[in-house]
Design a protein around this ligand. Sequence first.
Ligand SMILES: C[S@@+](CC[C@H](N)C(=O)[O-])C[C@H]1O[C@@H](n2cnc3c(N)ncnc32)[C@H](O)[C@@H]1O
Length: 285
Amino acid sequence: MSGKNNSKNSKEIFKEQFNNDAFRILSTILDLQVELFSPVEFQTFSKYLSWIKHNPLLDLGCGNGTYAMAFRKEYPEIEVIAVDSNKELLKDFKNKLKNNNDEKIKISHWHAGNEPAPLLAKKCRSALLRLVLQDVFNPVAILRTLAEILPTESPVIIIEEDDSLFQIDPECAAFRRVIDIWEAYVVKHSVSSRHMGRCIPRMAQEAGLEVVDVHLLAHSNIRLGTERLMNFFKLSVELFYALDSTLFEEGEAKYLLTELDSFVSKHGRKCFFLYPQVVTIAKVI
Ligand SMILES: C[S@@+](CC[C@H](N)C(=O)[O-])C[C@H]1O[C@@H](n2cnc3c(N)ncnc32)[C@H](O)[C@@H]1O
């Protein structure tokens, strides 16, 4: 993990870099990630359901809330306390909730690791962190905070990506370039690690949690469709261009989008395309 820029916290990075374009694209990516991947994530949780049911569940880093709302639909008996450090995303979430009127979701601002936990978070009896620790400077400190505020035996579910586990066959140079740009962004802006999935079990132990189980989820183009799965990577090109266009050569973003499209039309379902996630199930000791 790079620590070049430790003096800046993630809130400052978001403030500096999240222009309107990036914000809109991020929200679309979050929605698409829920649509594509949450059904298999929920299947994985079902094994632990009676345990996770310890109400309420803290959704730390809830983003625009699409995931929390899908989670509540799947598990109506679980109350969710959703927190995030990004006020714009929370505003989005609150607007969505207005139309949905779900009293079992409560929202609070919290920049975990940087300020004391709000009262609502201290009431929680289980926690979920989905694609959050890859975006923070101090993942172990955040897990330590959770270990402090949750009672002993509380379950903690952590879902992360690990980009070197991405698979595409036949080889696609444009796809590899997108992964390299992603990596370059992470290194340049010192936002954690692209290999967070494999780091979590070790980090959880370091933070004083006991790792109960680790699952590797394989989301493939066979179930999701090559075009839908590739859409997620195309949106990533747009997001990184909006965040930092200097990572791209002149005209490269457009070129990559065209190349990714032509990969899909050439290979369709006849390719092998895998987006893996690592799900770590831990508990407070
Ligand atoms: C990639 S988004 C994931 C959102 C949501 N969990 C989902 O799966 O759709 C990561 C979120 O973590 C939030 N975040 C990052 N650092 C945080 C911190 N220290 N405390 C609270 N939220 C944080 C960001 O603001 C962002 O909304």
